[in-house]
Write a protein that binds this ligand. Sequence first.
Ligand code: THG
Length: 271
Amino acid sequence: MFHIIGEKINGTRGQVGRAIAGRDAAFIRSLAASQQAAGAHRIDVNAGTRPDREPDDLRWLVETVQEAVDVPLCLDSANPAALTAALAVARTAPLVNSITGEPARLNGVLPLARDHGCPVIALALDDTGIPADAGQRLAVIRRLMAATRGAGIDDADVFVDPLVMAVSTAGGAAVVALEVIAAVRAEFPRAHISAGLSNVSFGLPARHLVNRTFLALAVAAGLDCAICDPLDGELLATLRAAELLLGQDRHCLAYTRAYRAGLLGPGSRRS
Ligand code: THG
């Protein structure tokens, strides 16, 4: 089953950053509740860009979101101190977002995920940056899979992230990500593959069109998880149709159920 991680509680978004700084719990709770109601299986929490405040901010976000929803969280931070503070208050094992091939990050974050029994996102970058081509990203991913296996983490608890960049700044960005997805699906069949979907459309008009078209292509390549906007009804409709066409929807059940619920097609309640 495709796994949807709600992206909206991200401190780099202006209104959310202000709500975190001002401890506007009602606003954060409503963002969490609306994403769960729309079908998110997890809620991403990203405290934004104040490193000295991040441990306090991320812990507060976890506590606040847990007052509003019962789905598990995705802790979006590179900072071991912030992750430690957030893990101390998380009710169910959160998805740790993320490890990379950077030695400090790998050594600082991987033991936290292991010790707390958490699944983990593995990003295809290292201390030399984000590799330009799929082969180099795959080499980083192989090292990360060796590290997670070495830590005793099952492949099924690893979410490989090909790193989706904006097509507006790098024309081949989506193609590279699709190549990585297909290669990881073939080489690590038990691992999940997750991507930050909305990255692909930064700087473009009609972003939702680009996001949902990329989603269909990525699901065909093997993507089974996305950090995305669950309130985008056409995105979820496209996901149901893509699964249907790829033979991932037995008896077309999910598709017809979504149709009867008024979620698909012209005049649907959510598009
Ligand atoms: N991989 C992993 N984690 C990630 C990313 C990734 N975390 C952050 C980011 N990338 C994913 N999260 C977001 C959140 C919001 C947006 C993009 C990526 C965004 N939001 C628009 C806004 O704020 O207005 C609305 C989106 C839209 O128009 O569809 O752009 O790659 N592991």
